[in-house]
Design a protein around this ligand. Sequence first.
Ligand SMILES: [Mg+2]
Length: 269
Amino acid sequence: MGNGWSLDGFILDLDGTVYTGHRPIEGAVEAIAWLRSRGKRIVFLSNRGNISRRMCRERLEAIGVTCETEEIILTSSVVSRYLAEHEPDARVWVLGEQGLRDELALHGVQFAARPQEATRLVVTLHETLTYAELNDAFRAVRAGARIIATNDDRTFPGEDGEAIDVGAVLAALAHATGTESDTVVGKPSPVMAKAALDRLGLPPERCLVVGDSLRSDIAMGKRAGIRTALVLTGSATREAAMAQDPAERPDWILDSLADIRRLLEEMER
Ligand SMILES: [Mg+2]
């Protein structure tokens, strides 16, 4: 490249960047295919913790994106790897869905038989949450389980509008128990950035984060020394991006992922 550096690894957010619910964002599937045709390395990085990588791969394939399971990095898989590596003796209680349980089991994490026996409560998005489940989680924490969360986003872009996310459930638990999560693996955490860079096998300066969230995607990139591009197909607006401190602003603002081709072609000129 003329300017002496090149972007070879792409860390793509999913919700609000590649798809919304089960609908692809216009031009996103073609943009991903174009990146692949140029030999670029890709990881899909999402704060979603309620689905497994296998479920996510099926969702991507349904909209026309083929990928390897290992190219998908979700908070369900990252929290599982984190517990397996750092707390192999943990007994976990889950406030979440089957996708998280599948990843925990795949990574060899042990489950507690009762909330009161748990040393760790793992909290993720749970779209059919009941009072009884919330109460079990409360009892696990009351009995001494420490809280680890897949993410602490307040909301996420749902198919029919903004939807409540894990942050609000953590707030309910904190209100009842006085205990907050001590670990949050989701973006903007460096745990997620490291998982992405490990998979890409590239230094941060050769990578680009593309996402729709200033608070999670762009903030993660900034902290990890990875260049950032905000897309306007999800939760953030151009005005919100420009209102950020200069150091927190994305390097580029794109109408959508489809503009990635124009951006790279301009850089190569
Ligand atoms: Mg997003």
